[in-house]
Write a protein that binds this ligand. Structure first.
Ligand code: NDP
Ligand code: 8X3
Length: 251
């Protein structure tokens, strides 16, 4: 029987690249996100190209009741081997005194609480199954703090901390736990952060080669495909042109 991966935020960027790569590796997939049309289109394409099974669930990870609908999946689909906690975002980039409190709540609710809601449901399935691997999308922003990055950085520091906590708590259940922390990846991330301002978003990735979603999907696949006795706890992956959040060499 094929292995199963559940990917949150599969409608764009890193999550979508993971869906393609895991499909190529013959995984059956549970794909989630808020944009149903994108989920359906991706599912159709992956089923026809790779002959895998795909289950889609439109859900906002901030909504606990929607996340708990995962429990309505059949027992077969609960045999999840890999959970990729990828859904996440940044909104706004203002100094703390001028921050938009709604943006703060969206980031905290999505990046921290949403990741926790999904993890609670799926880790219990993994405990039942006697194995599993949880892969959390952190960020360089979870290792460093930068000007006006305040709340987004705090949420990713929380992911870093939760990753360590999950590793300890789930150790007796033989569940692997990994955090992948990317530097700048050219996805819809900056467009979302700057609320649809495409020109401002484009500038983030100009003058150097950023990471591409595929680079991170391949890193995630590397972690997911290690032998049973090997766990990658944590990986920081940067564009060659980026040394830290504030040091990017632009030509
Ligand atoms: P994208 O904006 O391209 O993709 C984000 C994905 O998250 C989308 O599929 C979106 O789906 C989903 N998402 C956002 N909010 C919610 C929500 N409330 N409920 C369900 N799904 C949600 O960004 P990336 O691919 O770059 O981001 C993926 C992860 O990687 C994030 O956790 C991000 O913080 C992290 N990261 C990104 C970096 C970068 O430079 N791009 C660097 C370091 C980390 P939908 O809108 O359909 O719900
Ligand atoms: C995204 C990378 O540097 O914009 O997590 O915070 S950064």
């Amino acid at each position: 029987m094929s292995k199963i991966a559940l990917i949150t935020g599969a409608t764009a960027g890193i999550g979508e690249a993971c869906a393609r790569l895991f499909a190529q590796q013959n995984y059956d997939l549970i794909l989630t996100g808020r944009r149903t049309e994108r989920l359906d289109a991706l599912a159709k394409q992956l089923v026809s190209e790779f002959g895998i099974r795909v289950n889609t669930l439109t859900m906002d990870v901030r909504n606990k009741e929607e996340v708990e609908k995962l429990e309505s999946l059949s027992e077969d689909w609960k045999k999840v081997d890999v959970l990729i906690n990828n859904a996440g975002l940044s909104q706004g980039m203002d100094p703390i005194n001028a921050g938009n409190t709604t943006d703060w709540e969206v980031m905290i609710d999505t990046n921290i609480k949403g990741l926790l809601y999904v993890t609670k449901v799926v880790s219990n399935w993994m405990i039942q199954n006697g194995s599993g691997h949880i892969i959390n999308l952190g960020s360089i922003a979870g290792k460093e703090t930068y000007l006006n990055g305040n709340v987004y950085c705090a949420t990713k520091h929380a992911v870093d901390s939760l990753n360590k906590a999950m590793r300890i708590d789930l150790l007796p259940h033989k569940i692997k736990v990994t955090a992948i922390h990317p530097g700048a990846v050219d996805t819809e991330f900056s467009e979302v952060r700057f609320k649809g301002d495409k020109d401002r978003a484009k500038k983030v990735y100009e003058g150097y080669e950023p990471l591409h979603a595929q680079d991170i999907a391949e890193t995630i696949w590397f972690a997911a495909s290690r032998p049973a006795h090997v766990n990658i706890n944590d990986m920081l992956v940067m564009p060659t042109a980026q040394a830290s959040t504030s040091h990017i060499f632009k030509e």
